[in-house]
Design a protein. Structure first.
Length: 752
C-alpha cells in the first residue's frame, strides 16, 4: 500500500483478462527495458514512414512514366520521386520545383501537377510523426497494470503463530498501523479528485460508494433518534476483475456488494445510573448483555459521569493531559440462530437491535470536558450545555463554550454483503443480502456458483476478506478515537465548529477505510505479509490448485514496470515490417516479373520493343532505374564522352578499371556544365585517358586525305557536290530549317 512496499512482479507474457484473451495479451518489462522498447518503436515507426513514402514514390513514378517527350518539370518530378528518401525531403524539393517553374510560363500547370504530391508528402510525414509520438500508448508512462508472482502467497491466520506474545508485540501494532493507513487512504483517495498522489497502487484509486441520506430507521421499537434522516451506503456490485484486480477469465468472475445503514440511537430509556466503588458515578447503557472472559454482564457499555481531569486553579490547558474523545465498540454477527455460531458473538443485542440478515456494530462516543466553540446540533456529538468561560491570557478576551449534552452518544451501523454470479440471468444471479459470516452463506453461494472450481474460488476469496478486511468495529478497536475526523478540529481540549451531519461524515470515513482494506487484502495475500509476520502466514495447500491459481492472478498498478499490449506491438511491428519489405522488394520484384514477361513475349514476337513509335514494355521499369542519382550521373558523363560504363541497367554503374571522368566546367558559374570531350586538353600521346584515339595529327591527316579524295573526283561529281552545298545539304545529312509555330504545335505531346 505504501511506496516502501516491495512487490514481486511477474516479468514476461501474461493475459490481462480485462481486455479479453486476444486484446489482453500483455508483456511486462522493467522500466528501463520498457523505455528502450518505447524508443525503438518511435524509431521503427519513423523507418516505416520512410518506407511508406518510398512505396508511394514508386507508384507515382510508374503512374506518370511515359516515353513521349515531356517538359523539364516532368523530368524533375520523376527525379524527385525516384531519389527523395523521406516525405519531408520530397515535399521540400517538390515545393522548390513548383516555385521555380510557376513563373515565366516555363511549364504548364506546375501547381496542379506538384501541389497534390506536396500535400500527400506532408500528410504522410505528419501521420507517421504523430504515430511515432503516440506509439508509447501501447503502455502507460506513469501507471501500468502488472501481475504479482504470488511466490509468498498466503492467508492471514492469527492462530498459526501459536503465540500470544507475538500477537501482542507484532500483529496488533501492525494492524493498528494498517487501520490508520486505510483511513488516511480513504480521506486522500476517496474524493472527487482523480489525480491525487499516493493513490496509485490498487487497480482503481477508489471503489464506488453511494451514500443516501433521508432514510428510515433500520431498527425496531423506534430506537433511532432520527425517524427519516438516516444513512445508507452501498458499494453496488464490485467486479472481481475490474474493481478488485483478480485476473480471471469471464467464467470465473464474481461480484461482491456491501451495504451499510447507520443511525444515531436514543439513550433515554436505555441507560441506568450506577455508583461504582472504584470510579464513582457511572452511566450504564442497556442495549443487551455482554459475555466477557469472567462473566456475563447485563449491560452493554458504561462510562463515568465525570472522567476528565480539569484543574480548578486556572491552570493553562497546555499544562494538563490532552482532553480527548473516547470511543467504545460492540458487534454482533447476524444469524437466524445463535447456536449456529457458537462462541462467536459476545454481545447479545436487545430485540430492537437484533437482526437476522445483518451484522450490527455499535459505536459509543464520549467527549469528557471537551469544549465546543459553538452549539453542536449533530445527534451523535450533541453539545448544548454551557461550559465555563474560556479566557485568553494574552488578549483578556472571554469565549463561550459548550459541553456534550450526555455522557455518551451511541451510533449503530448494520453491515450486509452479497455475492453475485455475473454469468447468470439478472433475476437469479445474486444471493440474498446477509451478514458477513451468516451460517447459511455456503448453501446460498453454492446455488449461484454450482461448479466445484467456482465454489472453491469464492471460498478462498471469502476467507481472505472476511478475516482480513477492517470493519467498523475492527477499525475503532485498533485505533479508537484516532478514527474520528472530528479530532482534526480539536486542539488543547477546544473544538472548532462541528457540522450538523458530522455523524454521517464519520460513518462514511470508516466505510471508506473498510473499502481501502478490501482493496488491499487480496494484494497482501498474493504478495505476502511482511517478513516479520511470516509466522502468521498460512500458504495454500499443495493440492489446492484453485487457491494457488488465485495467488498468481492478482493485478496491481505500478510505476516501476512497463506493460505493453502485445496485440498493439504485433500490429505496429507486423504492418511496419510488411511496409519495409514491400519498400525493399517491390521494385526489384516488379522489374524482374516485367523482364521475365518481356522475354517470354519476345520469344513469340521477336520484333517486340524494336519499334520506336511504340512505348517499350520495359520503359517504366528502366526509367525508374535510370532516374536514380548514380544513373543520372552516369548518363551525364557518358553523354560528355567519358568512361566506358558497365552495369548500366543496375543500381550502381561502374567504369572500366583506371578510367577517369571529367569535372565541372565553371567558365560560367551561373551555368555549370560538365567539361565536354573536345574541351579537354590533348597531348601527343597515342591515346587519351579514356582509351580513344584523339591525336590532332591523325585528325589533320584525315582531313587532308578527304580533300584529296574530293579533288580526284570526276567533274560530274564536283557539280553534284556544288549543287548540294548550295541547297544546304551535306553528304548523308539533311539540314532542316528552324520549325515554325505550326510545327511546334503539332509535335507538342500531352504533359503528364
Amino acid at each position: 500500500m505504501t511506496s516502501t512496499t516491495n512487490y514481486d512482479v511477474q516479468l514476461g507474457f501474461w493475459t490481462n483478462w480485462s481486455h479479453g484473451q486476444i486484446q489482453g495479451a500483455t508483456v511486462t518489462l522493467t522500466r528501463r527495458n520498457g523505455g528502450f522498447l518505447i524508443a525503438f518503436l518511435a524509431i521503427f515507426i519513423g523507418m516505416v514512414g520512410k518506407s511508406f513514402w518510398r512505396l508511394g514514390c514508386f507508384v507515382l513514378h510508374r503512374y506518370f512514366s511515359t516515353s513521349e517527350a515531356q517538359d523539364g518539370l516532368y523530368h524533375q518530378r520523376q527525379a524527385i520521386l525516384r531519389n527523395s528518401d523521406t516525405a519531408q525531403d520530397g515535399a521540400w524539393r517538390m515545393l522548390m520545383s513548383m516555385l521555380a517553374w510557376r513563373s515565366g510560363n516555363r511549364a504548364r500547370r506546375p501547381i496542379l501537377r506538384l501541389l497534390p504530391i506536396i500535400i500527400l508528402a506532408f500528410a504522410i510525414s505528419s501521420v507517421f510523426g504523430i504515430a511515432s509520438i503516440f506509439s508509447s500508448n501501447v503502455t502507460s508512462e506513469t501507471l501500468n497494470q502488472v501481475l504479482l508472482k504470488g511466490t509468498r502467497c498466503g492467508s492471514f491466520s492469527p492462530a498459526k503463530a501459536n503465540s500470544v506474545y507475538k500477537q501482542l508485540t507484532l500483529l496488533l501494532p501492525y494492524q493498528a498501523e494498517k487501520a490508520n493507513k486505510f483511513l488516511n487512504y480513504g480521506m486522500q483517495c476517496y474524493t472527487n479528485n482523480s489525480h491525487t498522489d499516493g493513490c496509485n497502487t490498487y487497480l482503481k484509486p477508489r471503489l464506488p460508494l453511494i451514500s443516501t441520506r433521508g432514510n428510515p430507521c433500520p431498527f425496531g421499537d423506534n430506537i433511532c433518534k432520527l425517524d427519516n434522516d438516516n444513512l445508507i451506503m452501498d458499494t453496488g456490485y464490485l467486479d472481481s476483475l475490474d474493481d478488485l484486480g483478480i485476473n480471471t477469465a469471464q467464467k470465473d468472475r464474481f461480484q461482491l456488494r456491501m451495504v451499510y445503514q447507520c443511525a444515531p440511537l436514543k439513550t433515554q430509556g436505555y441507560m441506568k445510573d450506577y455508583n461504582d466503588s472504584d470510579y464513582g458515578a457511572v452511566k450504564r447503557y442497556m442495549y443487551g448483555p455482554v459475555v466477557n472472559v469472567k462473566q456475563t454482564i447485563n449491560w452493554t457499555y458504561e462510562v463515568p459521569v465525570d472522567n476528565a481531569y480539569l484543574p480548578g486553579d486556572g491552570t493553562s490547558s497546555a499544562n494538563i493531559p490532552r482532553l480527548e474523545y473516547q470511543l467504545g465498540i460492540e458487534k454482533h454477527y447476524g444469524t437466524p440462530n445463535e447456536t449456529l455460531l457458537p462462541g462467536t458473538n459476545d454481545w447479545s443485542p436487545i430485540p430492537a437491535l437484533r437482526l437476522v440478515d445483518a451484522d450490527v456494530h455499535l459505536a459509543f462516543l464520549s467527549a469528557p470536558e471537551i469544549h465546543f466553540s459553538t452549539p453542536v446540533n449533530d445527534p451523535w456529538f450533541s453539545a448544548h450545555k454551557n461550559a465555563s468561560e474560556i479566557n485568553n491570557q494574552d488578549t483578556r478576551q472571554k469565549f463561550e463554550a459548550y459541553l456534550q449534552d450526555e455522557p455518551l452518544g451511541v451510533m449503530a451501523c448494520t453491515q450486509q454483503v452479497q455475492y453475485c454470479n455475473p454469468n447468470l440471468p439478472k433475476g437469479s444471479r445474486c444471493e440474498p443480502l446477509r451478514g458477513v459470516i451468516d451460517p447459511r452463506k455456503s448453501a446460498r453461494v453454492k446455488q449461484i456458483f454450482p461448479s466445484d472450481s467456482q465454489f472453491a474460488t469464492i471460498k478462498w476469496v471469502d476467507d481472505l476478506w472476511t478475516y482480513g478486511v477492517y470493519t467498523i468495529s475492527a477499525t475503532l478497536g485498533f485505533i479508537g478515537a484516532s478514527a474520528l475526523r472530528a479530532r482534526y478540529s480539536l486542539s488543547y481540549g477546544y473544538s472548532g465548529p462541528i457540522p450538523d451531519n458530522q455523524w454521517q461524515l464519520e460513518a462514511e470515513h470508516w466505510i471508506k477505510g473498510t473499502l481501502a482494506s478490501l482493496q488491499d487484502v487480496f494484494i497482501e495475500a498474493a504478495n505476502g505479509m511482511p517478513a516479520a509476520l511470516e509466522d502468521f502466514r498460512q500458504p495454500p495447500a499443495a493440492n489446492d490448485t484453485v487457491a494457488r491459481n488465485m495467488c498468481v492472478n492478482q493485478k496491481i498498478v505500478s510505476n516501476a514496470y512497463s506493460s505493453f499490449n502485445v496485440l498493439g506491438l504485433s500490429l505496429i511491428l507486423g504492418i511496419g515490417v510488411v511496409i519495409i519489405v514491400l519498400d525493399t522488394g517491390l521494385e526489384p520484384s516488379v522489374a524482374w516479373w516485367q523482364r521475365r514477361k518481356f522475354r517470354k513475349r519476345q520469344q513469340l514476337e521477336p520484333e517486340l520493343g524494336t519499334d520506336e513509335k511504340e512505348t517499350h514494355p520495359l520503359y517504366a521499369a528502366i526509367e525508374w532505374s535510370q532516374t536514380s542519382i548514380l544513373q543520372l550521373q552516369r548518363m551525364a558523363h557518358d553523354e560528355a564522352g567519358y568512361g566506358e560504363w558497365s552495369k548500366c541497367d543496375k543500381d550502381v554503374p561502374v567504369t572500366e578499371p583506371g578510367q577517369l571522368i571529367t569535372s565541372l566546367n565553371l567558365s560560367n558559374v551561373e551555368y555549370p556544365m560538365l567539361r565536354q570531350k573536345e574541351e579537354t586538353p590533348v597531348s601527343d600521346r597515342d591515346e587519351t585517358d579514356t582509351g580513344l584515339e584523339t591525336l590532332v595529327e591523325d585528325q589533320a591527316e584525315n582531313e587532308k586525305k578527304s580533300k584529296e579524295d574530293v579533288d580526284e573526283m570526276p567533274p560530274m561529281f564536283h557539280a553534284i557536290s556544288e549543287r548540294l552545298d548550295e541547297r544546304g545539304h551535306g553528304l548523308g545529312v539533311h539540314m532542316h530549317d528552324e520549325p515554325g509555330p505550326e510545327a511546334n504545335a503539332e509535335d507538342w505531346r500531352t504533359l503528364r
